[in-house]
Design a protein around this ligand. Structure first.
Ligand code: ARG
Length: 465
């Protein structure tokens, strides 16, 4: 299993929120899908690089800087930077609409930023740091890490080379002052590379990123875990990337791992503000809701234990929900469904795991596989588990070949269900030694696989529940 990757390199680009803008529920989904893929590729022996391609560049920063210069002191940036920065942004946009001169100032600021002006750069740095601090409150709750935070700004000084290369191919054409690559043959609208005022755009920075990553990582795959709204964007840049002179394997390895939207079962979310759900509040609410359940079910536990379980189960429920359906489908977010301990949920997997734990605690020693007589596991309820256990490596390979973590999610549910069934039908700690050994061993395999599999998805296992 660990040899499939055979040292090949896979870049998984995920999360990639925008500085000074809310981290929304779509960003939550890319974060969770990307992390799961990252972990699974790694397990399969790929050299894996996780990149958060931060949206930390663009003309909007010229506006932010202008707004901050004017009214920065009125806002409490330290506490809720993104909310406050958004207010400044809305306000400066209003002013720009009324006053052309202000808009001109904003453009000027962005130009200065591009030229490395000290003051503008220091403000930009401050917005970035503050936003990241807020994003990391979410990443810490979810236990998310990245190997690189090189986002759009990192590529700002690398776009000239892209334009040079494209000029040399003769395919970069002028259109109303802008520079574009015509993609009519591919049935797409043209890809703009340079605006008429000379500045580069989102797509240009993505092209620079492809060039850079091909050189630095020599990747076999570069996966972009981004919502399907950006389908056209990725089709365009992958087409243009063919002109960059990167190795063929890199060209072929570019892949948009797109996913559907998240809808809320309406009315029930307390965290709505306009249309934006605050992801951090959503995660905290999941934890609080589980805490209520745990207080009822396990009053004997200490406060600390309850706290820890609530966190693992609440967060686990949200993660499982995001990864359970095929990624391209839109998803419905509904508290009652995701927290149902008996449904196809994260908590159900965790609960089954805890059950296997209590069985294993009752035995003195876990037998070796060589001691097990398979004939005691051939009855339908146990054999089903044996088959599932053996299919695990193939499951991981399927996840990687389709970039579809839901295959693993479904497997874990199957395994948990099969074990619950087995557990209800059979006594495990029986007198007869060989039968007992076989059943204990089966329980042990389920215990291990549920834990390893769930961890790959980012779900942590509580020891009690
Ligand atoms: N920052 C973008 C957004 O929030 C996503 C970036 C996706 N990655 C990329 N390489 N274009 O919509």
């Amino acid at each position: 299993m660990q040899t499939i990757g055979n040292g090949k390199s896979v870049i998984v680009e995920y999360s990639s929120p925008n500085i000074a803008k809310p981290f929304h529920i779509g960003h939550l989904r890319t974060t969770l899908l990307g992390r799961a893929l990252y972990n699974i590729y790694k397990t399969l022996g790929y050299h894996t690089i996780g990149i958060n391609h931060l949206g930390d560049y663009g003309t909007q920063f010229g506006k932010m800087i202008e707004g901050y210069k004017r009214w920065g002191k009125e806002y409490q940036l330290e506490e809720n930077p993104i909310e406050e920065l958004t207010k400044i942004y809305v306000r400066i946009n209003e002013l720009c609409k009324q006053d052309e001169k202000v808009l001109e100032n904003c453009r000027e600021n962005f130009k200065k930023l591009e030229e490395g002006d000290e003051y503008c750069t220091s403000l930009w740095q401050q917005f970035r740091d503050l936003s990241l601090k807020e994003f990391y409150r979410i990443y810490d709750l979810l236990n998310i890490q990245f190997d690189s935070l090189n986002g759009e700004a990192f590529y700002a000084d690398k776009t000239n080379e892209v334009i040079d290369i494209l000029e040399k191919t003769g395919k970069l054409i002028e259109s109303e002052g802008a520079k574009i690559i015509d993609l009519e043959k591919e049935n797409m609208s043209p890809c703009m590379v340079c605006k008429s005022n000379g500045s580069t755009i989102y797509a240009t920075r993505d092209l620079a990123a492809i060039l850079y990553r091909a050189r630095i990582y020599d990747f076999d795959k570069c996966l972009y875990v981004v919502a399907y709204e950006q389908n056209l964007h990725f089709k365009q840049i992958f087409e243009v990337a063919k002109l960059l002179g990167i190795p063929e394997k890199c060209q072929k390895g570019l892949e948009h791992v797109s996913f559907g939207m998240v809808h809320l079962k309406s009315g029930k979310m307390s965290t709505r503000e306009g249309n934006v759900i605050k992801v951090e509040e959503l995660l905290q609410e999941a934890i609080q809701r589980v805490k209520v359940i745990i207080n009822e079910k396990n009053p004997e536990l200490t406060e600390n234990e309850k706290e820890e379980i609530a966190k693992k189960v609440g967060i686990g429920a949200v993660i499982y929900n995001d990864l359970s359906g095929s990624r391209i489908k839109d998803e419905i977010f509904d508290w009652d469904t995701i927290l149902n301990f008996n449904g196809e949920t994260g908590p159900y997997i965790q609960y089954t795991y805890v059950r296997t734990n209590s069985v294993l605690k009752k035995v003195k020693r876990i037998p070796e596989v060589s001691e097990i007589k398979i004939e005691y596991l051939l009855k339908e309820d146990s054999y089903k588990i044996v088959k599932l256990v053996y299919s695990y490596p193939e499951i991981l390979c399927n996840v990687a070949s389709k970039n579809e973590p839901s295959i693993l999610s479904k497997f874990l549910i199957e395994l948990a269900k099969a074990y619950s069934n087995f557990y209800n039908e059979n006594k495990i700690i029986v007198e007869e030694e060989e039968v007992r050994q076989a059943r204990v061993y089966l329980t042990y395999m389920v215990n291990i696989l549920l834990k390893i599999g769930a961890n790959l998805l980012g779900i942590e296992m509580p020891e009690k529940m």
